[in-house]
Design a protein around this ligand. Structure first.
Ligand SMILES: Nc1ncnc2c1ncn2[C@@H]1O[C@H](COP(=O)(O)OP(=O)(O)OP(=O)(O)O)[C@@H](O)[C@H]1O
Length: 224
């Protein structure tokens, strides 16, 4: 489904290149549930943003089904992103001037779904996340944990083929975290492919496979 070949990314710091991803080769099959783990600063979020096409300044080859992402411009990538992905951002990235309900509607608006149907899906999702009472509030009026829940709800509401999640439970109470992981498990069993960055062993135990990154390298890959 997804194939990364020799992905590299660096930041230029004066005359030096600071590499964040080194020769990343990764195969992701449909239905995989992968946890990406490793120390802080290892490149985990960077890898997730390459997968989610928010980051475009990298080299290498990225194939998603029959799409050669590395050959696409920003606009084409965004179209592919909207079609296939749901993304849970580490820092939530909710739209500040939209209410909770409006934020949840955004991914649905990319799909060919009638407005009344969209409203029903939003209502259902608010209910599922026990956030009905918060639907007309703006993100700034929510706690960090509540914003994270809205971020997760937004990522899954349109039933994406691939869920990319960056520390999706970092700001939640442990029981809420487990609820989210159970939700991911069900979505995965229903066919969604999940790649999740996490420091949590509990979260990682839900994954079928763990990819460890250290200093930008996938552990176990030959370096050199
Ligand atoms: N704009 C930037 N300029 C220079 N270096 C950057 C920039 N953005 C990120 N980095 C560096 O890239 C490296 C990888 O960052 P990344 O966020 O991918 O790490 P991470 O493994 O997700 O860490 P964490 O677990 O703490 O979230 C870090 O060393 C960071 O300092």
């Amino acid at each position: 489904m997804i194939s990364l070949r020799n992905i590299e990314k660096f930041y230029q710091q004066g005359p030096d290149r600071f590499y964040v991803l080194r020769r990343i080769n990764l195969e992701i099959k449909e239905g995989d549930f992968i946890a990406v783990m490793g120390p802080s600063g290892a490149g985990k979020s960077t890898l997730l943003h390459v997968l989610g096409m928010h980051d475009t300044s990298w080299t290498g080859e990225y194939q998603l089904f029959d799409h050669s992402i590395h050959r696409m411009d920003r606009k084409q990538r965004m179209e592919v992103y909207k079609k296939y992905f749901g993304f849970v951002f580490q820092s939530y990235h909710l739209l500040d001037d939209l209410t909770v309900a409006e934020n949840l509607d955004v991914p649905l608006s990319y799909r060919n779904i009638k407005k009344t149907e969209r409203q029903a899906i939003v209502a259902d999702t608010l209910d599922r996340f026990q956030m009905v009472g918060k639907k007309d509030l703006f993100p700034s009026q929510l706690s960090g944990g509540q914003q994270q829940l809205v971020g997760v709800a937004r990522a899954i509401i349109a039933n994406p083929k691939v869920i990319l999640a960056d520390e999706p439970t970092g700001n939640l109470h442990s029981s809420q975290g487990i609820e989210i992981m159970e939700m991911f498990k069900k979505l995965n069993e229903a066919g969604a492919t999940i790649v999740m960055v996490t420091h949590s062993e509990t979260n990682a135990s839900y994954a079928h496979k763990i990819v460890r990154i250290v200093d930008g390298w996938i552990e176990g890959d030959p370096r050199g």
